[in-house]
Design a protein around this ligand. Structure first.
Ligand SMILES: [Zn+2]
Ligand SMILES: [Zn+2]
Length: 326
C-alpha cells in the first residue's frame, strides 16, 4: 500500500507543480501566516446577488469542515496552503474559457470493454459539472498513439508511458478545445522508476490523461458484484472532475470536505464527496461562468438517473435552498 500511496501522491503533485508555476505569474503571491479560515477563503459576498450569497455561504447544514487527517492521508503527508477565492481571482484571466476555446473534449484511448465506466455517462457528468459543452471524440486505438509501452507487474500487464501521451495530445486537440482529456482503461506509468500512475495533466497545454483501470476491483483480483458498476462510475466521475478542476486552476481544498481535497489512497477518494465546497464552487463559477441553478439541476438529474442516491439527496436539498434564495 505504501508504494501505491507514494505513487498517487506523485500524480497529484505533478498537477500541483504546474499550478505553483502558474501561480508565480499571478504576481508572485507568497502568503505568510496561518491558513485562512473557510470564511476568509470564500471571501467577501457583500456585493454578490442573493443567489450567490446563498450558494457560497459557509452553511453547516451542507458543508463539513475538513476532517483531521489520519496517518497515510493526503494532508498527513503534504503541507498544503490552500487557495482562497481572492488568490484564484488574481490568475483568473489565464484560466477562463474564451469564445474560441470553450469546449471540453474527452478522447477515449483504447477499448472500453463491458464493465468499464460508460463514456456517454462520463461525458454527461463532465458537461453537468463544468456547465460547458463536453464532447466525446472517437476512440483512438492504442496502436495509433506514439507512446512507449512496457509489460509490468504481477500478473504482467501492458502499461503506456503517460508523458508520451501528454506530448501527443496537443497535436490532436480540436481548435475550439479549452482542454482535452484522454481517458483509458490501459494502465499508465510516468517514468521507468515508477510502478504506475493514475493520471497526469499539463496546465499550460490544457491536456490530461487519466486511467480508470485501477478503479475496478477486478484489477486487484477482487470479484465484481452488483455494486461494482456503480462504484466504478462514481470513482471515475470523481477523478474526471477533480483532475479537470486542476486544469481550471483549482488547487487542493484544505477548507471543507470537498471533491478538490487531495487524496492519497482509494479509501480517501471514496469518502470524498462528489460536490464542491463553496470556496471551490465559487472559483469554478468565476472561470466557467455557468448558471448555478441550471448546473445543480443537471447534476441532480445525473445522480438520480444513475442511482447515486447519497449525492442525489444532497443535491435535492441544496437545490431547494438555492431556489428559495432567488
Ligand atoms: Zn489533485
Ligand atoms: Zn473545496
Amino acid at each position: 500500500m505504501k508504494t501505491r500511496t507514494r505513487l498517487s501522491a506523485w500524480v497529484y503533485l505533478a498537477v500541483l507543480v504546474g499550478i505553483f508555476t502558474l501561480q508565480k505569474t499571478w504576481g508572485g503571491i507568497v502568503r505568510s501566516g496561518p491558513i485562512p479560515t473557510p470564511d476568509q477563503a470564500i471571501g467577501d459576498l457583500t456585493r454578490a446577488t442573493s443567489l450567490e450569497r446563498s450558494t457560497f455561504a459557509n452553511d453547516k447544514a451542507f458543508f463539513t469542515p475538513i476532517r483531521k487527517p489520519q496517518p497515510g492521508d493526503w494532508l498527513a503527508e503534504h503541507d498544503e496552503p490552500g487557495q482562497t477565492v481572492l488568490e484564484y481571482r488574481l490568475g483568473l484571466s489565464a484560466l477562463k474559457p474564451t469564445p474560441e476555446q470553450k469546449a471540453l473534449y474527452m478522447l477515449p484511448l483504447g477499448q472500453f470493454e463491458p464493465g468499464s465506466p460508460s463514456l456517454a455517462k462520463l461525458r454527461e457528468f463532465g458537461a453537468a459539472f463544468f456547465g460547458m459543452e463536453t464532447r466525446l471524440l472517437r476512440v483512438t486505438a492504442v496502436e495509433k498513439v506514439p507512446a512507449k509501452r512496457r509489460i509490468f507487474g504481477r500478473p504482467p500487464k501492458r502499461q503506456l508511458l503517460s508523458t508520451d501521451i501528454l506530448e501527443w495530445l496537443p497535436g490532436v486537440k480540436p481548435r475550439d478545445a479549452y482542454s482535452i482529456i484522454a481517458v483509458t482503461m490501459e494502465d499508465l506509468y510516468p517514468d521507468e522508476a515508477w510502478n504506475f500512475v493514475f493520471g497526469q495533466a499539463t496546465l499550460q497545454g490544457g491536456a490530461g490523461v487519466f486511467s480508470f483501470a485501477r478503479y475496478d476491483p477486478a484489477f486487484y483480483g477482487i470479484k465484481r458484484d452488483e455494486q461494482t458498476q456503480a462504484l466504478i462510475l462514481k470513482r471515475s466521475c470523481k477523478v474526471l472532475a477533480h483532475e479537470t478542476g486542476h486544469m481550471f486552476g483549482l488547487m487542493h481544498c484544505v477548507f471543507f470536505e470537498c471533491l478538490m481535497n487531495g487524496s492519497n489512497h482509494l479509501d480517501e477518494t471514496d469518502t470524498r464527496p462528489m460536490h464542491l465546497c463553496p470556496v471551490c464552487l465559487r472559483k469554478l463559477q468565476l472561470s466557467s461562468g455557468f448558471d448555478l441553478l441550471k448546473r445543480e439541476e443537471a447534476l441532480l438529474k445525473f445522480f438520480e438517473a444513475n442511482s447515486i442516491t447519497d449525492e442525489a439527496a444532497w443535491s435535492r436539498r441544496w437545490l431547494e435552498k438555492l431556489r428559495s434564495a432567488k
